[in-house]
Design a protein around this ligand. Structure first.
Ligand SMILES: [Zn+2]
Ligand SMILES: [Zn+2]
Length: 370
């Protein structure tokens, strides 16, 4: 009897240990790195009030959900009809907008305002609408050195697919507004951040960018603006919309003057600080003709959390822009492909290492239990 008890006790212990050790493996979402809490809750965030809509049910009256409908109108998920009276009813139309949003942002398409979806909705983002002609390519595309790479691309263009048309080799000039700049960052730092952003794009396409002193005569005009600044796309204060830029060959590039712009997070401690170089790189993509991508890692994905840097072009960004302008002859896909997969590779190596340790511990426990 005692032996039987020890047998059961040991085996219960064994299965308990197995459950505890394997639980993180069977629930992969738990072992993915989580977004730090300070990036989720930011004081004064214009969309923070949306928090209360998490898990709201279709068919119910939800106080203030008409504001979320306005948000979906603003970004192209609901028809923008000023005559329509928006109600606080979580109706079918709102559910369809949620579905479309989730699909477009690469989220699980549940049609529900689950925490992941709300987290993305509340994230600061670009002011350009999302719903554009998306180019899906599930097969492959060729690099300049004829090696074929397999990837899924989800880049998109503006309607009519506009691009800059200049004789080759193309050079576009850019200039900073003499009247609409910020004074807490030095011009030297701002210039350097923009130079790096422009050079990332010129490294992949045969287009050069040079800074000009002639603001009004330049192709790309950069400035920081507050609230309503005359182009029908008013900025909204801290976080919310961070910037917007116009499609080719307009060249207007506007940043929200209400943001805490940063070029070095070591020097700027604000939780709402936004990386200037990341936003610049994204908006240059619009200036050149790219719309928003559904690939979360891509520079052309619409949102950017505060205190986050996202400056490296991904395969999706490069495939999209090269389909418009062709490739820079010095560019090689292989280097980009390696850097693109390096993060997923290191995660895989980490998981394999963790799995190896788990097996070793289990073998040891099995021997011990016997
Ligand atoms: Zn954008
Ligand atoms: Zn503007």
């Amino acid at each position: 009897m005692l032996k039987l008890f020890v047998y059961y006790k040991n085996h219960s212990l064994f299965f308990l240990i197995i459950s505890v050790v394997f639980l993180p493996i069977v629930l992969p979402a738990r072992i993915l790195p989580e977004i730090p809490k300070d990036q989720l809750a930011v004081v004064d965030d214009v969309w923070k009030s949306f928090e209360k809509f998490v898990d709201a049910q279709k068919g119910s009256q939800v106080d203030g959900i008409c504001e979320l409908k306005k948000y979906f109108q603003r970004f192209g998920y609901l028809p923008n009809d000023p005559a329509k009276n928006l109600t606080d009813l979580y109706d079918e139309e709102l559910e369809s907008a949620v579905f479309a949003y989730q699909k477009n942002l690469g989220l699980s398409a549940t049609g529900k305002l689950d925490p992941d979806t709300m987290n993305e909705i509340m994230a600061p983002r670009c002011g350009i609408t999302d719903v554009r002609k998306t180019h899906m390519n599930f097969s492959s595309f060729s690099s300049t050195n004829n090696k074929t790479l397999h990837a899924t691309v989800h880049y998109a263009y503006f309607d009519e697919q506009p691009r800059w048309t200049r004789p080759s080799p193309m050079t576009l000039t850019y200039a900073f507004s003499p009247d609409h700049m910020i004074n807490y960052l030095s011009m030297q730092d701002i210039r350097a951040a923009f130079q790096r952003s422009f050079s990332r794009w010129s490294a992949v396409i045969p287009v050069n960018f040079t800074e000009s002193e002639d603001y009004y005569g330049s192709d790309i005009k950069i400035g920081f603006y507050n609230g309503d600044h005359g182009d029908g796309e008013a900025f909204d204060g801290v976080l919310g919309v961070l910037a917007h830029a116009f499609s080719p060959e307009n060249g207007r590039f506007h940043l929200d003057g209400a943001e805490t712009w940063a070029v070095d997070f070591e020097k700027v401690k604000s939780k709402s600080a936004v990386d200037l170089e990341s936003v610049a790189t994204h908006e240059i993509g619009h200036i050149l003709g790219l719309a928003h991508s559904t690939v979360k890692e891509a520079v052309m994905y619409p949102s950017l959390h505060p205190r986050t840097k996202k400056v490296d072009l991904k395969i999706d960004d490069v495939a999209g822009i090269q389909a418009l302008y062709g490739s820079n002859p010095n560019f090689k896909y292989s280097s980009l492909y390696e850097s693109d997969i390096s993060s997923s590779w290191s995660l895989l190596v980490e998981r394999r290492r963790a799995f190896g340790w788990t097996v070793l511990i289990l073998v040891f426990l099995f021997c011990f239990c016997l």
